[in-house]
Design a protein around this ligand. Structure first.
Ligand SMILES: Cc1cc2nc3c(=O)[nH]c(=O)nc-3n(C[C@H](O)[C@H](O)[C@H](O)COP(=O)(O)OP(=O)(O)OC[C@H]3O[C@@H](n4cnc5c(N)ncnc54)[C@H](O)[C@@H]3O)c2cc1C
Length: 424
C-alpha cells in the first residue's frame, strides 16, 4: 500500500522557503515591472537577477528539467507542489527558471536539437539569458491545425517560409521562434507539417502587431509575417512531416504545468474571498454568516481540492509511467477542468468584494481573462473533453443485445439462476 497525501519533511522545508520567498520577494515585482519576459529591461537586471541567483543557490532553478539539462530532476509530483506556489505570482516562474513557453521549447530543443543548436539556443535559454516564442496558431484557426497555411518550400539547401502566425506570445522579446509550417501539402493531414527554428532577426520575419490581453502591462501576443524567410535545412527540428510529434514533446508537460500554476491563482482568489467574508459587514452581520456566502466558500473549497487532487495524481502518474501518452486522459481532464475552476473561484471572489472586486484595483477581472486563456492555449476545452471521452470509452465494449446485461429483469434472472441451487 502506498497511498499517501503527505510531503516528505525535507522537501516541505524547501516549499516553506519558496512560499515565504514568493510572498515577500516575488509577488511585489508585478506592481513595479512590466512583462516578466522583458529580460533586457535594466530594472529586470536590478530586481530579478539577484532573486534568480538565490533560487539557483537553493537548488530550485529549472526544476522541470533533468540534472544533465541544468535542472534538479525532481519529477512532476514535486514540481506540482512547487508550481502551485509559483502560480500565485506573475514573476515567480521566471524567477525560478520554469516559465512557459521557454520550458516547452527547451524540451523540444533538448529532444530534437543538434549539438550546435543546443549551444546556440538551449544553453542561453536555460540560463534565462534569452527568451523564446512558440508560433503555431494562424489567424484562420488554432484549434484545427489542418487549416494552417504557412508554407515552406525547398530552395537549394534552404527552406523558404511564407505565411502568417497569430497570438505568438512574447514574440517581441524572443531571441528565436519555434514555428510549425506546412512542408508537404499533399501528405496525409498529420504529416504535412515540419518544425523550424527561426532566429528573430531572420530577413523577412516581422511582427505586424502585438496584440494585448486584459490588463497585461504590455501587448505581447505577436501577429507575425513570414515573407520569404530563408532557414537552412539543418534548422528543421525532427524529420520532415514530424511537426505534430515535435509539438507533443512540449504540450504534455506544458498543459500539466499550467494546471499546477492555476491551483496557485485559484488559491489566491479563494484566500482573498475568505478574508473578505470575515471582514465585511452588511445588514448587521458578517458576509461569512450569510448562507449564500457560505455556499460560495464551500463550493470553491470543494472545487479547488478536487482539482488539486486530480492534478497531483496526474503528476504522480506521469512520474510513474514516464510517458505522456499513457496519461493523456488525465492531462486532458485537468486541462478541461482548469479554466472552470479558476473562472468560478475568481468570479465568486469578485462578487464577494462587490464594486471593489469588479475594479481594476483588484486582480479578479485579470484572473477571469486568465481562465479563458487557460481554456484556449494548448487547445480549447472542448477538444480536451473529446479526448477524455474517447480515452474513457476505450475501456468499454458495446452490448450486442437489445437489452443490456444490467437491465434489471436480466440481472434478476441471472441472479436467480446463480443461487437456485441454494435457495431452491
Ligand atoms: C493568452 C493566449 C496565449 C496564446 N499563446 C500562444 C502561443 O504562444 N503560440 C501559439 O501558437 N498560440 C497561442 N495561443 C493560441 C491558442 O493556441 C489558440 O487560441 C487555440 O488553439 C484556439 O485557436 P483559435 O483561437 O484560433 O480558436 P478557434 O480554433 O477558432 O476555436 C474557437 C472556439 O471554437 C470551439 N471549438 C474549436 N474546436 C472545437 C471542437 N473540436 N469541438 C467543439 N468546439 C470547438 C471552441 O469553443 C474554441 O474556443 C494563445 C492563446 C491565448 C488566448
Amino acid at each position: 500500500m502506498s497511498w499517501d497525501f503527505e510531503t516528505d519533511p525535507e522537501f516541505q522545508t524547501q516549499l516553506d522557503w519558496v512560499e515565504r520567498f514568493v510572498d515577500e520577494e516575488v509577488e511585489p515585482l508585478e506592481h513595479v515591472l512590466g512583462s516578466p519576459w522583458d529580460i533586457h529591461d535594466p530594472r529586470f537586471t536590478t530586481l530579478v537577477r539577484p532573486l534568480q541567483a538565490q533560487v539557483k543557490e537553493r537548488k530550485l532553478w529549472a526544476c522541470h528539467l533533468a540534472p544533465h539539462q541544468g535542472g534538479q530532476g525532481y519529477g512532476q509530483m514535486k514540481l506540482a507542489l512547487l508550481n502551485e506556489i509559483l502560480g500565485k505570482a506573475h514573476f515567480a516562474p521566471i524567477v525560478f527558471g520554469c516559465q512557459a513557453p521557454d520550458t516547452g521549447n527547451s524540451e523540444i530543443l533538448s529532444h530534437y536539437g543538434s549539438e550546435a543548436q543546443k549551444k546556440k539556443y538551449l544553453e542561453p535559454l536555460l540560463a534565462n539569458q534569452i527568451v523564446s516564442c512558440f508560433a503555431m496558431t494562424e489567424p484562420q484557426g488554432g484549434a484545427d491545425p489542418k487549416v494552417f497555411k504557412t508554407r515552406a518550400v525547398q530552395q537549394g539547401g534552404d527552406w523558404v517560409i511564407t505565411g502568417e502566425k497569430w497570438f505568438a506570445s512574447n514574440a517581441r522579446y524572443a531571441e528565436f521562434f519555434i514555428v510549425m509550417v506546412v512542408t508537404d501539402p499533399d501528405a496525409p493531414p498529420y504529416q504535412q507539417m515540419s518544425m523550424f527554428i527561426v532566429p528573430k532577426d531572420a530577413p523577412g520575419l516581422s511582427i505586424m502587431r502585438n496584440v494585448g490581453l486584459a490588463d497585461e502591462p504590455v501587448p505581447t501576443h505577436g501577429y507575425l509575417k513570414f515573407d520569404g524567410v530563408r532557414v537552412p535545412a539543418a534548422d528543421m527540428l525532427g524529420q520532415p512531416g514530424e511537426a505534430f510529434a515535435v509539438a507533443q514533446t512540449r504540450l504534455g508537460g506544458g498543459r500539466i504545468h499550467h494546471a499546477m500554476r492555476t491551483i496557485g491563482q485559484a488559491k489566491k482568489a479563494f484566500d482573498q474571498l475568505c478574508e473578505r467574508a470575515l471582514s465585511r459587514t452588511t445588514q448587521g452581520e458578517l458576509l461569512a454568516d450569510k448562507q449564500m456566502v457560505q455556499e460560495k466558500i464551500a463550493d470553491s473549497w470543494c472545487q479547488l481540492e478536487q482539482f488539486r487532487l486530480l492534478v497531483l495524481r496526474t503528476a504522480w502518474r506521469i512520474d510513474k509511467h514516464k510517458d505522456y501518452l499513457k496519461v493523456r486522459k488525465d492531462i486532458s481532464a485537468v486541462k478541461a477542468l482548469m479554466p472552470k475552476v479558476l473562472h468560478d473561484i475568481a468570479e465568486r471572489a469578485l462578487h464577494i468584494h462587490g464594486s471593489l472586486g469588479a475594479s481594476l484595483e483588484m486582480p479578479y477581472t485579470d484572473q477571469l481573462v486568465l481562465s479563458y486563456h487557460m481554456g484556449l492555449a494548448d487547445g480549447p476545452t472542448e477538444v480536451h473533453k473529446v479526448t477524455v471521452a474517447k480515452q474513457v470509452l476505450r475501456d468499454y465494449v458495446a452490448c450486442p443485445d437489445l437489452f443490456p446485461a444490467y437491465h434489471r429483469p436480466r440481472a434478476k434472472a441471472a441472479a436467480e439462476a446463480k443461487y437456485r441451487h441454494l435457495l431452491g
